[in-house]
Design a protein around this ligand. Structure first.
Ligand code: COA
Length: 339
């Protein structure tokens, strides 16, 4: 099939410099490396030092994706984040300015851990519609800034980071073309993942309970929804594209918990080697999770040109979604290790 489409041409990611191992957490909280590793698969995560915020990590990832694409110019920037530098304005224009991209269209998309898939769909659709000819799509979050320092569950899971891709207008028949999306939400389950305070709802009521500014999550329910929804979305998109599931070479799913990835892979009938995982090294980096897994996968060779890839995400809202492409050749810089 031919026709105008958005084509992936660049990829990059960045992690902030403070590495926090499970043992580091166990020194401050009632937890252990053994519990975190066996229940989540996560061994370490990276967090921002004081003074570094979401715009800073987004700029680093954006610069690497632009270099990977061999370009200094795009005419659209979409930033997926749920930890913007400020409630208002959006963080994307700041990032565009610091990347020297000029007076381009720039805005944020907030869909928590599904943010990158939503942002990719938005930029891809704007390119396909002729509104833009190229785009930088960044997923960046600094959840360490909204976690309760005393909450061992969320502190064990989340890490900060940013990942980005560059898209340009091309043809649907080209390798790297974004071939389809599946996006969905269920607002009736909003309370499963929420920061209760700090928004207009609480300000309009004049309520402010101590701790309401912290992120909260009902882990067990979230786990069940994540497996069901990511499987369902991937399956629906594969069917729309007439891709038999056995023809899918790699699944790059939101990196929340290794047990979630294993369950989604099993549900889709994909063997372990087809399910890309890097959460052991970075934790759950929210909107950065999928592009960081792509960056690691391309760098370590588990993702290669020609692979049929399904991307899928799940997060607060609830939101979930999937995207599909055949991977082009990409040259990526490895993620910093900050050992
Ligand atoms: N260290 C030690 N114990 C911990 C712990 C930690 N870091 N975090 C939770 N626990 C404890 C709980 O307090 C609970 O203790 P209790 O039985 O005495 O009450 C026990 O471990 C079991 O808790 P539970 O929540 O049932 O564990 P779980 O196996 O479901 O694992 C999660 C918890 C959070 C790891 C898991 O539910 C999960 O990964 N959920 C999805 C999270 C996610 O992906 N969020 C982002 C979505 S986008």
């Amino acid at each position: 099939m031919t026709g105008r489409a958005a084509v992936l041409t660049g990829l990059g990611g960045w992690l902030p410099p403070v590495r926090v191992t499970n043992d580091d957490l166990a020194r401050r909280l009632d937890t252990s490396d053994e519990w975190i590793t066996t229940r989540t698969g996560i061994r370490q995560r990276f967090v921002v030092p004081p003074g570094l915020s979401t715009s800073g990590v987004a700029v680093e990832a954006g610069a690497r994706a632009l270099a990977s694409a061999g370009t200094e110019r795009v005419d659209l920037l979409v930033l997926a984040t749920s930890t913007p530098d400020h409630p208002c304005p959006a963080t994307a224009p700041e990032v565009a300015g610091r990347l020297g991209l000029g007076e381009i269209a720039a805005f944020d998309v907030a869909a928590v851990c599904t943010g990158f898939v939503y942002a990719l769909a938005t930029a891809s659709s704007m390119i396909t519609a002729g509104v833009a000819d190229s785009a930088l799509v960044i997923g960046a979050d600094t959840f360490s800034t909204i976690l309760d320092p005393g909450d061992r569950t969320t502190r064990a899971i989340f890490g900060d980071g940013a990942g980005a891709v560059v898209l340009r207008a091309g043809d649907r028949g080209e390798r790297g073309a974004l071939l389809g999306f599946d996006l969905a939400s269920d607002g009736s389950q909003a309370e499963l993942i929420t920061v209760p305070g700090g928004g207009s709802e609480h300000r309009s009521q004049g309520l402010a309970d101590p701790g309401d500014e912290f992120f909260t999550m009902q882990g067990r329910s979230v786990f069940r929804h994540a497996v069901t929804r990511m499987s369902e979305s991937s399956r629906r998109l594969a069917k729309d594209l007439d891709w038999p599931l056995e023809s899918v070479d790699r699944l790059v799913a939101h990196q929340a918990n290794i047990r979630i990835l294993t369950a989604v892979g099993a549900d889709l009938g994909l063997p372990e080697e087809k399910v890309v995982a890097n959460l052991d090294r970075v934790g759950n980096t929210v909107a950065a999770s999928i592009p960081l897994a792509l960056t690691d996968g391309v760098h370590d060779g588990s993702l290669a040109a020609g692979h049929r890839v399904l991307l899928c995400g799940f997060g607060g809202g609830l939101t979930w979604g999937a995207a599909a492409l055949e991977l082009p050749h990409l040259s990526v810089e490895p993620l910093p290790t900050h050992a």
